[in-house]
Design a protein around this ligand. Structure first.
Ligand SMILES: NC(=O)c1c(N)nc(OC2CCCC2)nc1O[C@@H]1CCC[C@@H]1O
Length: 322
């Protein structure tokens, strides 16, 4: 088979097995078989460097360490979220929404306690990823995001779109990282969110690659050539394209069902392998979102319900107590 054909075939296989392993958590081949595919791809790209392309799965742990991060102005400003701390505040939110656009369906999602990023895809290829920053300008951390295996380098279709998601570090990885740092006498991260932020904002992608970061995509910001009616439809589309979308996203017909789902999630919280700090309630109908619009910094069509911080003490405090 000619090398160009074989390289194309290897990339498709590796991207598919990445998706099976890192997005679906249902690998079909052994690590050894996967490593053999990757080794053959790297050898062929070394032999034919003109065939190496930035979207190749061999390019995930990219280039040289950066001197600094470039600022990046977001395609769509990355809004924050207003907070509700009680059932009453949720009902106030619901009343304001229904006064403006009548009865609505909501979607209730986990609120992952990580850091928000924007991912830009041009014709299906991951081109730029950035941190939220102040919502308008963030940092270009593309090389570091490429090391997160659940971020597809190439989508199923050659579609141009912009998504937002939350990068996080699973709690077990956070504890392991702090144990290693403790042994080395290095400072400890206070919580998984800080560990994720510190790991994503490493100037050397090879360090980020070792930090076991993951991501859940939670919003389609922009797309060319397609229109969707509801948020749920966009999540289903993003899932088909190969993204790892927010795992719990329940459609609710009214605020009573929302309140019930928020309680369900609260009971789930300590069983999840990652930190959540609440639940996010969003209007499902995208046209009604447009009508509701946004304030200077938050959408009027979404609100975060925050659980009281019941985080158990981190190891840092245990050590100080000792
Ligand atoms: N952290 C999350 O899991 C999460 C989520 N599941 N859904 C959204 O929806 C956005 C869309 C537009 C405004 C809020 N935002 C989330 O996190 C945001 C990012 C910045 C403030 C919140 O943490």
């Amino acid at each position: 088979m000619d090398p160009k054909e074989r390289i194309k075939e290897l990339r498709e296989k590796i991207n598919y097995h990445n998706y099976r392993y890192y997005v679906l958590d249902q690998p079909e081949i052994s690590d050894y078989e996967y490593d053999m595919l990757m080794r053959e791809l790297i050898e062929l790209e070394e032999k034919y460097p003109e065939l190496k392309t930035p979207d190749s799965p061999s390019q995930r742990v990219g280039g040289e360490p950066l001197k600094e991060f470039e600022p990046f102005t977001h395609v769509v400003p990355m809004l924050s979220l207003a907070n509700a701390f009680s059932e009453g505040e949720l009902r106030d939110f619901d009343r304001r929404v229904r006064e403006a656009v009548g009865d609505v369906e909501y979607v209730v999602e986990l609120k992952i306690d990580g850091l928000s990023v924007e991912l830009i895809y041009e014709k299906g290829i991951f081109t730029v990823g950035s941190t939220r920053g102040d919502g308008i300008v963030g940092e270009n951390v593309t090389q570091n995001l490429k090391t997160i295996k659940s971020i597809p380098l190439r989508l199923k279709d050659d579609v141009s779109l912009v998504v937002r998601g939350e990068v996080f570090m699973p709690r077990a990885s956070f504890e392991k990282l702090n144990e290693e740092r403790e042994k080395l006498g290095e400072s400890l991260f206070a919580n998984p969110r800080n560990a994720a932020a510190g790991s994503l904002r490493q100037l050397d992608p090879k360090v980020t690659a070792k930090r076991d970061l993951d991501i859940f995509i939670f919003n389609l910001q922009k797309i060319e050539g397609r229109k969707f009616k509801t948020h749920i439809e966009t999540l289903e589309f993003l899932n088909e394209q190969g993204f790892k979308i927010i795992p719990i996203h329940k459609k609710c017909s009214n605020i009573d069902e929302v309140i019930k789902e928020i309680e369900e999630i609260r009971n789930l919280r300590d069983k999840l392998p990652y930190d959540i700090d609440g639940a996010v309630v969003k209007v499902n109908d995208l046209e009604k979102r447009e009508i509701l619009g946004q304030t200077a910094k938050d959408p009027r069509w979404a609100i975060a319900f925050k659980y009281p911080a019941e985080r158990k003490k981190t190891k840092v405090l245990d050590i100080i107590v000792q």
